[in-house]
Write a protein that binds this ligand. Structure first.
Ligand code: PNS
Length: 160
C-alpha cells in the first residue's frame, strides 16, 4: 500500500490545500494530512481546531488527519510512507520547498517528495493571505470551503 503524507500548518486549511490533498488521494492508496508546527509561525487556530476544520472539509475515504510534533521524516518512517506531497504555487515557493525536500531526502532517502502544481486560481492563495484579508474585513468565501468560513470570520473578529 502506497502511503503519502501531506504535511503543513494548515492555519487554516484553504481550497488550495484541499485541491492538493484530493489530487494526492487519487494517486496514492492512503493520504495522511499531517498537521504540524512551523517554528516560524504563531498559529491562529490550535492544533485540535485545525484538525477539526480539515476533517469537516474532506471528501475522499482514503484521507486521514493526524498530528506530529517531531521531524516529518520520523513520522514518515513510522508510517512507512512512500512520499511527502506538497503543492507548488509560484516560483516564490520553490526555494523554501526545495530546501525542505532536499533536507528530508538526506534524512530519509526512502521517502520521495512529490510536488503537485497548484491550480491556476490557487496560485496566489495561502493561509496567511486568508487571515490577512479576513482580519481587514475582506471576503474570504472564495478562498476556503463554506463549511469553515464562519469559524475564520469569528476568530478574526475575536468572537471565540
Ligand atoms: O504549511 P507550512 O507552514 O509551509 O508547513 C511547513 C511544515 C510544517 C511542513 C515544515 O515546517 C515541517 O516539515 N515541519 C516539521 C519539522 C521538520 O521535519 N523539519 C525539517 C524539514 S525542513
Amino acid at each position: 500500500m502506497k502511503i503519502a503524507i501531506c504535511p503543513g500548518s494548515f492555519d487554516p486549511v484553504t481550497l488550495g490545500h484541499l485541491d492538493i490533498i484530493e489530487r494526492a488521494a487519487d494517486i496514492f492508496d492512503e493520504v495522511i494530512v499531517l498537521v504540524m508546527s512551523n517554528v516560524s509561525k504563531k498559529p491562529m487556530f490550535s492544533t485540535d481546531e485545525r484538525i477539526e476544520l480539515i476533517k469537516r472539509c474532506l471528501k475522499s475515504d482514503n484521507v486521514k488527519v493526524d498530528t506530529f510534533d517531531g521531524l516529518l521524516v520520523d513520522y514518515a518512517k513510522q508510517k512507512g510512507a512512500a512520499a511527502i506531497v506538497k503543492g507548488l504555487r509560484a516560483m516564490s515557493d520553490f526555494d523554501y520547498e526545495f530546501q525542505q525536500a532536499l533536507t528530508n531526502k538526506s534524512l530519509y532517502p526512502k521517502c520521495e517528495t512529490v510536488f503537485l502544481t497548484a491550480k491556476g486560481e490557487n496560485m496566489f492563495l495561502s493561509s496567511s493571505m486568508v487571515k490577512q484579508v479576513c482580519a481587514l474585513g475582506g471576503d474570504i468565501d472564495s478562498f476556503v470551503p463554506a463549511a469553515i468560513a464562519e469559524d475564520i470570520y469569528k476568530r478574526c473578529k475575536g468572537d471565540f
